[in-house]
Design a binder for this molecule. Structure first.
Ligand code: PLP
Length: 382
Protein backbone atom coordinates (compact mmCIF):
# COMPACT_ATOMS: atom_id res chain seq x y z
CA UNK A 1 0.00 0.00 0.00
CA UNK A 2 1.36 3.41 -0.99
CA UNK A 3 1.18 6.38 1.33
CA UNK A 4 -0.37 8.84 1.62
CA UNK A 5 -3.73 7.12 1.28
CA UNK A 6 -5.80 9.26 -1.06
CA UNK A 7 -9.49 9.61 -0.18
CA UNK A 8 -10.13 12.91 -1.92
CA UNK A 9 -11.32 11.70 -5.34
CA UNK A 10 -14.00 14.39 -5.48
CA UNK A 11 -11.24 17.00 -5.53
CA UNK A 12 -9.44 15.33 -8.39
CA UNK A 13 -8.51 11.88 -9.68
CA UNK A 14 -5.27 10.42 -11.04
CA UNK A 15 -5.08 9.92 -14.80
CA UNK A 16 -5.90 6.31 -15.73
CA UNK A 17 -2.86 4.67 -17.40
CA UNK A 18 -5.03 3.81 -20.43
CA UNK A 19 -5.96 7.47 -20.75
CA UNK A 20 -2.35 8.62 -20.56
CA UNK A 21 -1.31 6.04 -23.14
CA UNK A 22 -3.92 7.39 -25.56
CA UNK A 23 -2.82 10.98 -24.94
CA UNK A 24 0.96 10.64 -25.24
CA UNK A 25 1.37 10.58 -29.05
CA UNK A 26 -0.56 13.85 -29.29
CA UNK A 27 2.22 15.64 -27.38
CA UNK A 28 4.97 14.42 -29.68
CA UNK A 29 4.66 12.75 -33.09
CA UNK A 30 0.97 13.74 -33.55
CA UNK A 31 1.34 17.30 -32.31
CA UNK A 32 -0.70 18.97 -35.08
CA UNK A 33 -3.15 21.79 -34.59
CA UNK A 34 -6.70 20.51 -35.05
CA UNK A 35 -7.50 23.73 -36.93
CA UNK A 36 -4.74 23.22 -39.54
CA UNK A 37 -6.76 22.26 -42.61
CA UNK A 38 -3.92 22.24 -45.13
CA UNK A 39 -1.90 19.18 -44.10
CA UNK A 40 -1.94 15.70 -42.68
CA UNK A 41 -0.70 16.68 -39.21
CA UNK A 42 -3.74 18.89 -38.78
CA UNK A 43 -6.13 16.24 -40.09
CA UNK A 44 -4.77 13.65 -37.65
CA UNK A 45 -5.37 16.02 -34.74
CA UNK A 46 -8.80 16.96 -36.08
CA UNK A 47 -9.77 13.30 -36.39
CA UNK A 48 -8.62 12.64 -32.79
CA UNK A 49 -10.77 15.52 -31.54
CA UNK A 50 -13.70 14.19 -33.57
CA UNK A 51 -13.37 10.75 -31.96
CA UNK A 52 -13.20 12.30 -28.49
CA UNK A 53 -16.25 14.44 -29.27
CA UNK A 54 -18.10 11.26 -30.24
CA UNK A 55 -17.07 9.66 -26.94
CA UNK A 56 -18.34 12.62 -24.92
CA UNK A 57 -21.59 12.81 -26.93
CA UNK A 58 -22.22 9.08 -26.49
CA UNK A 59 -21.52 9.32 -22.77
CA UNK A 60 -24.32 11.85 -22.18
CA UNK A 61 -26.53 10.76 -25.12
CA UNK A 62 -26.42 13.82 -27.35
CA UNK A 63 -25.08 14.68 -30.80
CA UNK A 64 -21.46 15.67 -31.45
CA UNK A 65 -22.50 19.16 -32.58
CA UNK A 66 -23.87 19.80 -29.10
CA UNK A 67 -20.45 19.49 -27.41
CA UNK A 68 -18.17 22.49 -26.82
CA UNK A 69 -14.75 21.67 -25.39
CA UNK A 70 -13.61 23.97 -22.58
CA UNK A 71 -10.85 24.08 -19.98
CA UNK A 72 -13.10 22.39 -17.43
CA UNK A 73 -16.39 22.79 -15.61
CA UNK A 74 -15.71 26.28 -14.25
CA UNK A 75 -15.31 27.62 -17.77
CA UNK A 76 -18.28 25.61 -19.04
CA UNK A 77 -20.47 27.04 -16.28
CA UNK A 78 -19.28 30.58 -17.01
CA UNK A 79 -19.95 30.11 -20.72
CA UNK A 80 -23.42 28.70 -20.04
CA UNK A 81 -24.53 31.29 -17.50
CA UNK A 82 -22.98 34.40 -19.01
CA UNK A 83 -23.82 33.14 -22.49
CA UNK A 84 -27.51 32.72 -21.61
CA UNK A 85 -27.57 36.07 -19.81
CA UNK A 86 -26.26 37.93 -22.85
CA UNK A 87 -28.71 36.32 -25.29
CA UNK A 88 -31.86 35.95 -23.19
CA UNK A 89 -31.80 38.99 -20.91
CA UNK A 90 -34.14 40.84 -23.21
CA UNK A 91 -36.68 38.13 -22.27
CA UNK A 92 -36.07 38.27 -18.54
CA UNK A 93 -33.55 39.03 -15.82
CA UNK A 94 -34.18 36.24 -13.33
CA UNK A 95 -32.03 33.20 -12.54
CA UNK A 96 -32.79 30.44 -10.04
CA UNK A 97 -30.14 28.34 -8.36
CA UNK A 98 -29.52 26.50 -5.09
CA UNK A 99 -27.52 27.58 -2.04
CA UNK A 100 -25.46 24.38 -2.17
CA UNK A 101 -24.17 24.77 -5.72
CA UNK A 102 -20.45 24.84 -6.42
CA UNK A 103 -18.75 28.24 -6.22
CA UNK A 104 -18.35 28.15 -10.01
CA UNK A 105 -22.12 28.66 -10.22
CA UNK A 106 -22.57 30.84 -7.13
CA UNK A 107 -19.74 33.25 -7.97
CA UNK A 108 -20.96 33.52 -11.56
CA UNK A 109 -24.41 34.39 -10.18
CA UNK A 110 -22.79 37.13 -8.06
CA UNK A 111 -21.08 38.49 -11.17
CA UNK A 112 -24.37 38.49 -13.09
CA UNK A 113 -26.10 40.21 -10.16
CA UNK A 114 -23.58 43.02 -10.55
CA UNK A 115 -24.78 43.32 -14.15
CA UNK A 116 -28.43 43.54 -13.12
CA UNK A 117 -29.55 39.91 -12.82
CA UNK A 118 -31.94 38.94 -10.04
CA UNK A 119 -31.00 35.60 -8.52
CA UNK A 120 -33.06 33.33 -6.28
CA UNK A 121 -30.91 31.01 -4.15
CA UNK A 122 -33.18 28.15 -3.14
CA UNK A 123 -32.66 26.81 0.38
CA UNK A 124 -32.18 23.09 1.12
CA UNK A 125 -33.34 20.88 3.98
CA UNK A 126 -31.13 19.04 6.48
CA UNK A 127 -30.44 16.34 3.86
CA UNK A 128 -29.45 18.88 1.22
CA UNK A 129 -32.62 18.49 -0.88
CA UNK A 130 -34.57 21.32 -2.48
CA UNK A 131 -38.33 21.54 -2.15
CA UNK A 132 -39.73 21.02 -5.66
CA UNK A 133 -42.83 23.08 -4.87
CA UNK A 134 -40.56 25.91 -3.82
CA UNK A 135 -38.62 25.52 -7.07
CA UNK A 136 -41.83 25.70 -9.07
CA UNK A 137 -43.03 28.76 -7.15
CA UNK A 138 -39.70 30.53 -7.66
CA UNK A 139 -39.83 30.39 -11.47
CA UNK A 140 -41.56 33.39 -13.04
CA UNK A 141 -42.07 34.51 -16.64
CA UNK A 142 -38.83 36.49 -16.19
CA UNK A 143 -36.77 33.37 -15.33
CA UNK A 144 -34.32 32.68 -18.13
CA UNK A 145 -32.20 30.01 -16.40
CA UNK A 146 -32.37 27.48 -13.57
CA UNK A 147 -29.04 25.99 -12.44
CA UNK A 148 -29.11 22.83 -10.32
CA UNK A 149 -26.20 20.42 -9.95
CA UNK A 150 -26.69 16.69 -10.57
CA UNK A 151 -24.76 15.55 -7.50
CA UNK A 152 -23.22 17.61 -4.73
CA UNK A 153 -19.45 17.56 -4.44
CA UNK A 154 -19.41 17.73 -0.64
CA UNK A 155 -22.20 15.39 0.39
CA UNK A 156 -22.82 13.36 -2.79
CA UNK A 157 -26.57 14.14 -2.69
CA UNK A 158 -28.19 13.40 -6.07
CA UNK A 159 -30.92 15.82 -7.15
CA UNK A 160 -33.96 14.44 -9.07
CA UNK A 161 -32.99 16.03 -12.39
CA UNK A 162 -35.91 14.63 -14.40
CA UNK A 163 -38.50 16.05 -12.02
CA UNK A 164 -36.60 19.32 -11.91
CA UNK A 165 -36.44 19.59 -15.71
CA UNK A 166 -40.18 18.92 -16.01
CA UNK A 167 -40.89 21.83 -13.69
CA UNK A 168 -38.38 24.12 -15.44
CA UNK A 169 -39.73 23.33 -18.92
CA UNK A 170 -43.33 23.65 -17.84
CA UNK A 171 -42.39 27.24 -17.03
CA UNK A 172 -40.50 27.63 -20.33
CA UNK A 173 -37.12 28.27 -18.77
CA UNK A 174 -33.75 26.63 -19.46
CA UNK A 175 -32.00 24.12 -17.18
CA UNK A 176 -28.24 24.12 -16.58
CA UNK A 177 -26.93 21.07 -14.79
CA UNK A 178 -23.45 20.83 -13.28
CA UNK A 179 -22.71 17.12 -13.72
CA UNK A 180 -19.04 17.40 -12.74
CA UNK A 181 -19.38 14.98 -9.82
CA UNK A 182 -22.15 12.78 -11.19
CA UNK A 183 -20.26 11.82 -14.35
CA UNK A 184 -18.64 8.41 -14.10
CA UNK A 185 -20.50 7.63 -10.87
CA UNK A 186 -24.12 7.50 -12.05
CA UNK A 187 -25.60 7.52 -15.58
CA UNK A 188 -25.86 11.03 -17.04
CA UNK A 189 -28.28 11.18 -19.97
CA UNK A 190 -29.35 14.63 -21.16
CA UNK A 191 -32.37 13.29 -23.09
CA UNK A 192 -33.65 11.13 -20.27
CA UNK A 193 -33.21 13.91 -17.71
CA UNK A 194 -34.33 16.75 -20.02
CA UNK A 195 -31.27 18.95 -19.53
CA UNK A 196 -30.51 21.95 -21.80
CA UNK A 197 -26.96 22.80 -20.72
CA UNK A 198 -24.60 20.48 -18.86
CA UNK A 199 -20.97 20.64 -17.83
CA UNK A 200 -18.35 17.94 -17.39
CA UNK A 201 -14.73 17.97 -16.26
CA UNK A 202 -12.08 15.42 -17.26
CA UNK A 203 -10.04 15.49 -14.06
CA UNK A 204 -12.92 14.13 -11.98
CA UNK A 205 -13.20 11.03 -14.19
CA UNK A 206 -9.56 9.87 -14.34
CA UNK A 207 -8.73 12.20 -17.20
CA UNK A 208 -6.31 15.15 -17.33
CA UNK A 209 -6.75 18.50 -15.63
CA UNK A 210 -7.64 21.58 -17.67
CA UNK A 211 -10.19 20.06 -20.03
CA UNK A 212 -13.95 19.70 -19.91
CA UNK A 213 -17.05 20.26 -21.96
CA UNK A 214 -20.32 22.10 -22.16
CA UNK A 215 -23.34 20.39 -23.69
CA UNK A 216 -25.59 22.92 -25.47
CA UNK A 217 -28.98 21.60 -26.63
CA UNK A 218 -29.69 22.23 -30.32
CA UNK A 219 -33.29 21.03 -30.52
CA UNK A 220 -36.42 21.35 -28.37
CA UNK A 221 -35.41 23.98 -27.43
CA UNK A 222 -32.44 25.22 -29.41
CA UNK A 223 -30.20 27.04 -26.94
CA UNK A 224 -28.18 30.00 -28.17
CA UNK A 225 -25.18 31.31 -26.26
CA UNK A 226 -22.96 34.35 -26.48
CA UNK A 227 -19.29 33.30 -26.35
CA UNK A 228 -16.88 34.28 -23.57
CA UNK A 229 -13.82 34.15 -25.84
CA UNK A 230 -13.38 35.61 -29.30
CA UNK A 231 -10.69 34.91 -31.86
CA UNK A 232 -10.59 32.18 -34.43
CA UNK A 233 -14.14 30.93 -34.12
CA UNK A 234 -13.24 27.44 -32.88
CA UNK A 235 -15.99 25.23 -31.49
CA UNK A 236 -18.56 26.76 -33.83
CA UNK A 237 -17.71 30.21 -32.56
CA UNK A 238 -18.56 29.36 -28.96
CA UNK A 239 -15.03 28.89 -27.64
CA UNK A 240 -12.20 30.36 -29.64
CA UNK A 241 -8.68 29.16 -28.95
CA UNK A 242 -6.45 26.34 -30.18
CA UNK A 243 -7.86 23.06 -28.98
CA UNK A 244 -6.01 21.16 -26.25
CA UNK A 245 -5.74 18.05 -28.41
CA UNK A 246 -3.95 15.70 -25.94
CA UNK A 247 -6.31 16.77 -23.16
CA UNK A 248 -9.41 16.30 -25.31
CA UNK A 249 -8.17 12.89 -26.48
CA UNK A 250 -7.64 11.90 -22.83
CA UNK A 251 -11.06 13.21 -21.84
CA UNK A 252 -12.75 11.14 -24.56
CA UNK A 253 -10.89 7.99 -23.53
CA UNK A 254 -11.64 8.61 -19.83
CA UNK A 255 -15.37 8.80 -20.55
CA UNK A 256 -15.21 5.68 -22.72
CA UNK A 257 -13.69 3.79 -19.79
CA UNK A 258 -16.08 5.38 -17.28
CA UNK A 259 -19.04 4.21 -19.33
CA UNK A 260 -17.75 0.62 -19.47
CA UNK A 261 -16.77 0.38 -15.82
CA UNK A 262 -19.35 2.56 -14.08
CA UNK A 263 -21.41 -0.16 -12.43
CA UNK A 264 -18.57 -2.45 -11.40
CA UNK A 265 -16.63 0.47 -9.90
CA UNK A 266 -19.68 1.87 -8.14
CA UNK A 267 -20.54 -1.45 -6.51
CA UNK A 268 -17.03 -2.07 -5.22
CA UNK A 269 -16.53 1.51 -4.03
CA UNK A 270 -19.90 1.56 -2.32
CA UNK A 271 -18.96 -1.50 -0.21
CA UNK A 272 -15.74 0.18 0.90
CA UNK A 273 -17.59 3.42 1.67
CA UNK A 274 -20.13 1.55 3.80
CA UNK A 275 -17.36 -0.21 5.68
CA UNK A 276 -15.56 3.05 6.40
CA UNK A 277 -18.70 4.92 7.35
CA UNK A 278 -20.17 2.28 9.60
CA UNK A 279 -16.96 1.65 11.49
CA UNK A 280 -16.47 5.36 12.07
CA UNK A 281 -20.06 5.81 13.24
CA UNK A 282 -19.53 2.95 15.68
CA UNK A 283 -16.82 4.99 17.37
CA UNK A 284 -19.63 7.22 18.67
CA UNK A 285 -20.35 10.92 18.17
CA UNK A 286 -19.87 10.53 14.42
CA UNK A 287 -22.79 11.38 12.11
CA UNK A 288 -23.41 11.40 8.37
CA UNK A 289 -24.03 14.89 7.01
CA UNK A 290 -26.90 14.87 4.55
CA UNK A 291 -28.95 12.16 2.95
CA UNK A 292 -28.09 8.48 3.19
CA UNK A 293 -30.29 7.60 0.21
CA UNK A 294 -29.89 9.27 -3.21
CA UNK A 295 -26.20 9.74 -2.60
CA UNK A 296 -23.15 9.06 -4.77
CA UNK A 297 -21.67 5.76 -3.69
CA UNK A 298 -18.17 7.13 -3.18
CA UNK A 299 -18.78 9.98 -0.73
CA UNK A 300 -19.09 10.05 3.03
CA UNK A 301 -19.31 13.44 4.70
CA UNK A 302 -19.00 12.86 8.43
CA UNK A 303 -19.33 15.13 11.42
CA UNK A 304 -16.99 14.24 14.31
CA UNK A 305 -18.93 16.01 17.06
CA UNK A 306 -16.83 18.01 19.49
CA UNK A 307 -13.72 17.84 17.33
CA UNK A 308 -12.08 20.37 15.03
CA UNK A 309 -11.64 18.70 11.66
CA UNK A 310 -8.51 20.75 10.96
CA UNK A 311 -6.94 19.47 14.16
CA UNK A 312 -7.91 15.89 13.31
CA UNK A 313 -6.42 16.14 9.83
CA UNK A 314 -3.15 17.53 11.23
CA UNK A 315 -2.85 14.24 13.10
CA UNK A 316 -3.36 12.30 9.87
CA UNK A 317 -0.32 13.13 7.73
CA UNK A 318 -0.67 9.91 5.71
CA UNK A 319 -4.26 10.54 4.74
CA UNK A 320 -5.62 12.89 2.04
CA UNK A 321 -9.17 13.97 2.88
CA UNK A 322 -10.90 17.32 2.88
CA UNK A 323 -12.63 19.28 5.62
CA UNK A 324 -16.05 20.84 5.75
CA UNK A 325 -14.47 24.25 5.57
CA UNK A 326 -13.48 26.56 2.77
CA UNK A 327 -9.78 27.25 2.57
CA UNK A 328 -10.16 30.64 0.95
CA UNK A 329 -8.77 32.43 3.99
CA UNK A 330 -6.37 31.77 6.85
CA UNK A 331 -9.33 31.40 9.19
CA UNK A 332 -11.38 28.35 8.21
CA UNK A 333 -14.92 29.26 7.22
CA UNK A 334 -17.65 26.64 7.61
CA UNK A 335 -18.59 25.07 4.28
CA UNK A 336 -21.43 26.94 2.57
CA UNK A 337 -23.00 23.58 1.68
CA UNK A 338 -23.12 22.28 5.25
CA UNK A 339 -24.22 25.69 6.55
CA UNK A 340 -27.08 25.78 4.02
CA UNK A 341 -28.13 22.35 5.30
CA UNK A 342 -28.53 23.88 8.75
CA UNK A 343 -25.35 22.66 10.43
CA UNK A 344 -24.03 24.98 13.10
CA UNK A 345 -20.56 26.42 12.42
CA UNK A 346 -19.00 24.10 15.01
CA UNK A 347 -20.64 21.08 13.33
CA UNK A 348 -19.50 22.15 9.87
CA UNK A 349 -15.99 22.74 11.17
CA UNK A 350 -16.05 19.26 12.75
CA UNK A 351 -16.82 17.65 9.38
CA UNK A 352 -14.60 15.65 7.06
CA UNK A 353 -15.35 14.61 3.49
CA UNK A 354 -14.07 11.19 2.50
CA UNK A 355 -14.33 10.56 -1.23
CA UNK A 356 -13.27 7.16 -2.50
CA UNK A 357 -12.34 6.18 -6.03
CA UNK A 358 -11.59 3.29 -8.32
CA UNK A 359 -8.10 2.76 -6.93
CA UNK A 360 -9.24 2.69 -3.29
CA UNK A 361 -8.46 -0.66 -1.68
CA UNK A 362 -9.68 -2.56 1.36
CA UNK A 363 -6.22 -2.14 2.93
CA UNK A 364 -6.43 1.60 2.52
CA UNK A 365 -9.78 1.68 4.32
CA UNK A 366 -8.40 -0.48 7.14
CA UNK A 367 -5.40 1.84 7.41
CA UNK A 368 -7.69 4.89 7.44
CA UNK A 369 -9.85 3.47 10.22
CA UNK A 370 -6.82 2.69 12.38
CA UNK A 371 -5.26 6.08 11.72
CA UNK A 372 -8.45 7.94 12.62
CA UNK A 373 -8.98 5.91 15.80
CA UNK A 374 -5.44 6.74 16.90
CA UNK A 375 -5.78 10.39 15.96
CA UNK A 376 -9.00 10.71 17.97
CA UNK A 377 -7.32 9.15 21.02
CA UNK A 378 -4.38 11.48 20.63
CA UNK A 379 -6.69 14.53 20.29
CA UNK A 380 -8.45 13.59 23.52
CA UNK A 381 -5.07 13.50 25.31
CA UNK A 382 -4.04 16.96 24.00
N1 PLP B 1 -18.59 21.82 -10.11
C1 PLP B 1 -18.39 20.87 -9.20
C2 PLP B 1 -19.56 20.19 -8.59
C3 PLP B 1 -17.09 20.52 -8.83
O1 PLP B 1 -16.91 19.58 -7.91
C4 PLP B 1 -16.01 21.19 -9.45
C5 PLP B 1 -14.62 20.89 -9.04
O2 PLP B 1 -14.25 20.96 -7.91
C6 PLP B 1 -16.27 22.17 -10.40
C7 PLP B 1 -17.58 22.46 -10.71
C8 PLP B 1 -15.16 22.90 -11.12
O3 PLP B 1 -14.58 22.04 -12.04
P1 PLP B 1 -13.21 22.37 -12.81
O4 PLP B 1 -12.11 22.00 -11.85
O5 PLP B 1 -13.21 21.49 -14.01
O6 PLP B 1 -13.22 23.79 -13.16
Amino acid sequence: MNKPVYLDYNATTPVDARVLERMLPYFTEKFGNAASRTHRMGWVAEQAVKTARENVAKFINCSEQEIVFTSGSTEAINLAMKGVWEIYRSKGDHIVTVQTEHKAVLDTCKELESKGAKVTYLPVDREGRIDLNELEASITDKTILVAVMFANNETGLIHPMKKISEIVHEKASLLLCDATQAAGKIPVDVQEEGIDLLCLSAHKVYGPKGVGALYVRRKDPRVTLHPLLHGGGHERGLRSGTLNVPGIVGFGRALEIAEEELWSDAERISKLRTLLEQQLIELGNVYVNGAIRDRLSNVSNLCFMGIKADGLITKLPDLCVSTGSACTSAIPEPSHVLSAMGLKPEQALASVRFSLGKYTTFDEITFTLEAIKNALISLKKD
